[in-house]
Design a protein around this ligand. Structure first.
Ligand SMILES: Cc1cc2nc3c(=O)[nH]c(=O)nc-3n(C[C@H](O)[C@H](O)[C@H](O)COP(=O)(O)O)c2cc1C
Length: 318
């Protein structure tokens, strides 16, 4: 399946299943509209003479991937979109050489997902019930995930339009993040960093990686796109912590921009839902492969040999 077909068919299926509401954003939906606006602000400086055939293969936090395109934290509503939806996503991502990242709720079948051989990350919300949060972190690790961590950006829960979706969370302190670090023997990741200040605290807590993210517009309104804070974050994060990014990435061109801003990996949220709705395991595999091939073509025309070698100055701001 081609990318446009995946997106069109996936949207159609979700509409029929009545799951489209889950893809909307909080309150005014500024965040989602702004994500696209900011991504579209950048064009590429073509430097093709003396170019080489690039590779998209990369190695991040002990995981070998064929692509820097990964799944962003999500569980719901995948089981409802397709029967055995999470397993289909896991197998599709595995075949594409990508990484799976689960969110809330922590899937019951996490161990089975890990057994597919897909590199697996799982994060938990900063539950008010901290005891439960720590227990969940332990369960995640027992299932055999490669990376485990916290979604720090949901201290006030999540909300779609006027409808609160997830409650029972409260913001986390730096001291608590340090406690989490002690409990995690896998690589520790923190999702939902959107400022230099929070990035610095994640580094101080001893996290291995951060996902710079506005949660795809499911937390608070009027958050910036990650690109609006990335340069600032990279100034302190470069060579100290792995930085990933998500929020509105839909094509290889978007991913290439994420790499140019300094991200090692770029996450997809909604596209995974459309892909599993449109074509199950095959849809997810095609989604990642199509985006990766688009990325590879662009890298070949801007003089980037591999995902780490996409320079910040290949982007022209319009
Ligand atoms: C239906 C849905 C469920 C999500 N669930 C979670 C979650 O459980 N935990 C989390 O950290 N982020 C969650 N997210 C946010 C994604 O991980 C990601 O940050 C965001 O969707 C990226 O933007 P995109 O959808 O435009 O690609 C969810 C997003 C969607 C659309």
């Amino acid at each position: 399946m081609k990318l446009t077909e995946i997106y069109e068919k996936g949207k159609e299926v979700l509409k029929r299943q009545d799951y489209n509401f889950a893809l909307d954003a909080v309150e005014t939906e500024f965040v989602m509209a702004n994500n696209r606006r900011v991504l579209d602000r950048y064009t590429f400086l073509q430097q093709c003479i003396d170019g080489t055939e690039p590779t998209t293969h990369t190695s991040v936090l002990g995981v070998e991937l064929k692509t820097p395109v990964i799944m962003s934290a999500m569980t719901m509503p995948i089981p409802a979109i397709a029967e055995e939806g999470l397993m289909k996503v896991a197998r599709g991502l595995k075949e594409a050489g990508s990484l799976m990242w689960t969110g809330t709720p922590v899937p019951k079948e996490l161990k089975a997902l890990a057994e597919t051989g897909v590199p697996l990350a799982a994060t938990v919300k900063p539950l008010k019930n901290r005891k439960r949060m720590f227990e969940t972190l332990e369960e995640i690790q027992e299932a055999g995930v490669h990376w485990a961590g916290i979604e720090i950006d949901v201290g006030q829960g999540t909300k779609i339009k006027d409808r609160p979706i997830i409650a029972g969370c409260t913001p986390m302190s730096l001291a608590e993040l340090k406690e989490v670090r002690k409990e995690i023997s896998a690589k520790m990741i923190v999702k939902g960093v959107l400022s230099r200040q929070d990035a610095e605290k994640c580094i101080e807590a001893g996290a291995d990686g951060i996902m710079v993210s506005n949660h795809g517009g499911h937390t608070i309104d009027y958050l910036p796109h990650p690109f609006q804070v990335m340069d600032d974050i990279m100034e302190i994060a470069r060579d100290r912590i792995v930085v990933m990014v998500d929020g509105g990435f839909r094509r290889g061109s978007d991913v290439c921009k994420g790499l140019a801003f300094g991200a090692s990996l770029v996450g997809l949220g909604r596209p995974i839902l459309w892909a599993v709705a449109a074509g199950g395991q095959e849809g997810v595999k095609s989604l990642v492969e199509e985006i990766t091939e688009e990325l590879r073509r662009i890298m070949g025309m801007i003089g980037a040999r591999d995902p780490q070698a996409v320079p910040r100055d290949c982007l022209l701001e319009s």
